[in-house]
Design a protein around this ligand. Structure first.
Ligand code: DAH
Length: 348
């Protein structure tokens, strides 16, 4: 052991290029069977005087080596950090890579708006089958066979050869009213958005479209509740505070009295504007649930009353967001979707 040794070790420490090499060297010198440790172990065989003298020397060497290792470690740590900072550097001035995010279809957006609104009034979402039978789509709704209202529905029937029951694609979400009233007990507040089907195709009709049904059954519900509820909703939906809303007497077999609801609008060469204008536009149907429909569902009309409403979602979306042709909604043209779609976190 000599200052020669020390010089050599210091040189070795100095020439370490990374933390791993340095650690290997530390183990080589100071580890359990390291060079310096070995020297300390050998002291045992010496006579006491020499042992004390050599022991002091080796320990001093050990301290100096440890000190050099520590210092080098600090330097290599800094170097490692500097390398990382260099290699992980990002250029924040680079333009962002374009991300192909999808958009919410205006139908989805509109359904979400309806759900959000009516949820606050305590309506629960209800669903029913799109393939249903005449009982739920017509009969129980007071539209028996040969009723003229059936003819207006242009129903898609399944081939009677292949089914026992005359199955059909539901023509209205009103089938959900029947299923809910038969399966649950009043009080009821449901909102039933969903797909419906009719054999029809032009700029404002597609064979599949969406409706949203609303139904309240509670004791003491009257036409005033119906009007208040729908006027508030319509003004909120179109975002026009004093929008004129008119209830025009109408006929639906499942409600009595029934009404169609019109909103104020202005028609110009440029199109249509929902506002307090010179004209009216029909947007939904509604009425007090017919006593016969309540009876068909086992509800006593003397005890419970209710109102119902139904609206076409495409129609609402087209009016609110200025979509000119319903058919474009189902062509899956990405350019159309990017233009008319909505970001999932709300807004355009
Ligand atoms: N089911 C009707 C249709 O498809 C819409 C409708 C009108 C639903 C009045 C209702 C209602 O619940 O009360 O034309």
């Amino acid at each position: 052991m000599s200052s020669n040794h020390l010089e050599n070790w210091k040189n070795e420490i100095e020439s370490c290029e990374n933390l791993q090499d340095l650690d290997n060297l530390r183990v080589h010198l100071l580890g359990k069977s390291g060079e310096i440790t070995q020297k300390l172990k050998e002291l045992g065989g010496l006579d006491p005087e020499l042992r004390r003298q050599r022991g002091a020397e080796i320990n001093q060497l050990k301290e100096q080596v440890t000190d050099s290792l520590d210092k080098k470690k600090i330097i290599l740590n800094r170097l490692a950090m500097a390398n990382r900072l260099q290699s992980e550097k990002i250029d924040v001035t680079l333009p962002a890579r374009p991300e192909a995010t999808g958009t919410l279809h205006p139908i989805t957006q509109t359904i979400q708006e309806l759900i959000t609104y009516f949820d606050r009034l305590g309506f629960q979402i209800a669903e029913g089958p799109e393939i249903d039978d005449e009982e739920h789509n017509f009969n129980a709704l007071n539209i028996p066979a040969h009723h003229p209202a059936r003819q207006n529905h242009d129903t898609f029937y399944f081939d009677p050869e292949t089914t026992d029951i005359p199955y059909l694609l539901r023509t209205q979400t009103s089938n959900v009213q029947i299923r809910t009233m038969r399966n649950q007990h009043p009080p009821l507040r449901i909102l039933a958005p969903g797909r419906v089907y009719r054999s029809d195709y032009d700029a404002t009709h597609t064979p599949m479209f969406h409706q949203c049904e609303g139904l309240i059954i509670e004791p003491g519900i009257n036409m005033g509740h119906l009007k208040g509820c729908l006027i508030d909703f319509i003004r909120h939906f179109f975002g026009v505070k004093d929008l004129p809303v008119r209830f025009r007497p109408h006929f639906f077999p499942f409600t009595e009295p029934s009404a169609e609801v019109d909103v104020g609008c202005t028609r110009t060469a440029d199109g249509l504007k929902i506002e307090a204008g010179s004209d009216w536009l029909e947007i939904l149907g509604c009425g007090m649930v017919h006593p016969k429909v309540l009876e068909n569902c086992g509800i006593d009309p003397e005890k419970h009353q209710g109102f119902a409403f139904g609206m076409g979602i495409e129609r609402l979306a087209m009016l609110k967001y200025g979509l000119p042709d319903i058919r474009a909604m189902y062509e899956s043209d990405v350019r159309w979707l990017n233009h008319y779609g909505f970001t999932p976190w709300g807004g355009k």
